[in-house]
Design a protein around this ligand. Structure first.
Ligand code: PLP
Length: 404
């Protein structure tokens, strides 16, 4: 069998080097476990970056994918398909929305939201305010919406019509509103820049500004949606309803699919021919998403996510208490949690992730400031304990002097 090293050597010859990959070629996944080409087992607290909510290769999703692939793999959006309709019905029945546009990814769902906000708001109103530290994708418009200069560098000139407000300050945000403003775009919890939750009061203030100035409120729930924070969508627990919402990542539990949701009134602005996607809502991806959503909505699933999130947060608090040189506390919601690092800890963040990887535990270092824990939502207490044991072992043995 081809080894990790052999795959790495072949991969490094052929790929444009945009990713800083771990030196492992993954060949198999089941639940919260992954196996690489050398047969090494990993406990996965990254889940494809908040994608495999039901764990890897969930049998019900796999069965739905195989069944759909066996009957119809693709047809143009010039036709209806049952999985896409069923998925849209599920999304609508379980959210504020009346209508859905299907995309393939988070960035594409956000592109659709940006276009909708502009066309709905009419001529001269095109500017979108997003927040410092936000992440909205890697296409040019979503990079421009992203409030982190490091993602802009080298790609200028960026598309016009995006400004960034200081995080957590409604007055600063209001100061940016002009005649040309059409929407405010934000994540209810900033995942990529270091697991930073937006307080409910801050989100309510943003909602009020939108109402006062006749702006659309767009929630990017690409990372927070599909049960990740303990409710199907994060907005449900914050008492603030958006006008437009985007989801992707866990929607298909590993198959690429995204969606933009909105109300009847706003949706009416996107007329025939104004937006489209060849693969958006592809029947196989949509079948995976229907199976995934049904399982997330079933019985006690979301209550268990909340309980498991509290358990993991409690364990991470204990780690922070035990290693005050490395960590100061925990933040996040549900099973989207970050261990906040001290300055010294930040210098060691990448090394901690590497050591854990060597021990067979996968996490990542988000925004160069927190260790992020985003396991499959089906993670057990025993798996949390195993990960915590490995983390304590790494922190016990890492030398603070290594801090860069
Ligand atoms: C909040 C948020 N929006 C958008 C995206 C982009 O999604 P995709 O990589 O599927 O385009 C991400 C990806 O990390 C995200 O976290």
């Amino acid at each position: 069998m081809t080894s990790n090293n052999a795959w790495k050597a072949r991969g490094d010859k052929v790929f444009i080097q945009t990713y800083n990959r771990f030196p492992a070629a993954m060949v198999k996944g089941s639940g919260c476990r992954l196996w690489d080409a050398d047969g090494k087992e990993y406990l996965d607290f990254l889940s494809g970056i908040a994608v495999c909510a039901l764990g890897h290769s969930h049998p019900v999703v796999t069965e739905a994918v195989c069944r759909q692939a066996g009957s119809l793999m693709h047809v143009s959006n010039l036709f209806y398909t049952a999985p896409q309709i069923e998925l849209a019905e599920l999304l609508i029945a379980n959210s504020f929305a009346d209508r859905v546009f299907m995309a393939n990814s988070g960035a594409e769902a956000n592109e659709a939201a940006i276009k909708l906000a502009r066309i709905h708001s009419g001529a001269g109103r095109f500017e979108i305010i997003s927040l410092a530290g936000s992440f909205h994708g890697r296409t040019l418009a979503t990079v421009a919406a992203t409030g982190q200069p490091k993602f802009h560098e080298g790609f200028e000139p960026l598309p016009q019509g995006f400004v960034h407000a200081e995080f957590g300050d409604p007055a600063a945000l209001e100061g940016l509103i002009k005649d040309q403003t059409c929407a405010i775009l934000c994540e209810p919890l900033q995942g990529e820049s270091g697991v930073r939750p937006l307080e409910a009061s801050y989100l309510r203030a943003i909602r009020n500004l939108c109402d006062k100035h006749d702006l659309l409120l767009i929630f990017d729930e690409v990372q927070t949606g599909m049960g990740r924070t303990g409710t199907l969508f994060a907005y449900e627990q914050l008492g603030v309803t958006p006008d437009i919402m985007t989801v992707a990542k866990a929607l298909g539990n590993g198959l690429p699919i995204g969606a933009m949701l909105t109300t009847d009134k706003i949706a009416a602005s996107l007329a025939v021919g104004t937006h489209a996607s060849t693969f958006g809502g592809n029947p196989v991806a949509a079948a995976a998403a229907v199976a995934t959503m049904k399982l997330i909505l079933e019985g006690d699933f979301l209550n268990t996510v909340q309980k498991r999130g509290k358990y993991l947060a409690g364990k991470l608090e204990e780690v922070a208490g035990r290693f005050p040189d490395f960590a100061t506390g925990v933040r996040g919601r549900g099973l989207l949690l970050g261990l906040i690092l001290t300055e010294k800890g930040i210098g060691l963040g990448a090394a901690i992730v590497t050591r854990l990887f060597e021990q067979g535990v996968l996490i990542n270092f988000a925004g160069n400031r927190v260790l992020r824990f985003i396991p499959p939502l089906v993670v057990s207490r025993e798996e949390v304990d195993l990960m915590i044991g490995a983390l304590i072992d790494v922190l016990d043995n890492i030398n603070l002097e290594e801090s860069s």
